[in-house]
Design a protein around this ligand. Sequence first.
Ligand SMILES: [Fe+2]
Ligand SMILES: [Fe+2]
Length: 238
Amino acid sequence: MSVELEATVRHIAVERPQRVRAFESFGIDYCFGGMQSLEDACRQANVAVAEVRDALERPPEAEMGAGEDWTTASLEELSDHIVKRHHTFVRQETARLLELLAKVGAKHKTNHPELDRLEELFRALASELKLHMMKEEQVLFPMIRQLEQASRDEAADIADFAGIMFPMERMISEHEDAGGILDEIRSLTGSFEPPADACPSFRALYQELEEFERDLYRHIHLEDNILFPRAARMAGIR
Ligand SMILES: [Fe+2]
Ligand SMILES: [Fe+2]
């Protein structure tokens, strides 16, 4: 499948989910910068377009397999997948990372005062995400499921769901806030590069923070670029 230079990064990632890995490996923002063309995104990430295009056109790895094409699964399946896979991950990892931050901070704060700010930023991110996911699970995702049921029912009036845009826009803006905190964490940690005197826990902390960032990007991509636009189209809004 050839990739057009003018296509948006978001379109390229949605078209074949495995491409997210290629974008990650080149440090290309497919999530918040998703509306950029491939050419512009490569320029911004300072990587060669030809090299990125080669990676994007490579056939999918077998391990990624099928079953993850969320452009055709039902919205119910997709929202269930987000909760089971990504919300569970955020809950488990925030608890673990907060413990690790306290442990590493206690040992290294004197030589690395930036650990205080790091803990503060991550604590803010964790509490924002906790509330955010609760709103998705208790309000927005059930609305999307009802919308999908109504779309299959000829007697139902889809116009009743026009208001679904408000919670979706709110969630998108909260994603941007979380993305801002992630950016600060990335720059504070020098892109998760542990200092020379870092002990194994310090190294584990940076590695896990980077994994947390990667998962949150994949999570937000599924919501902003697939689930919400599909729900908006279903509601006849876009
Ligand atoms: Fe979510
Ligand atoms: Fe979300």
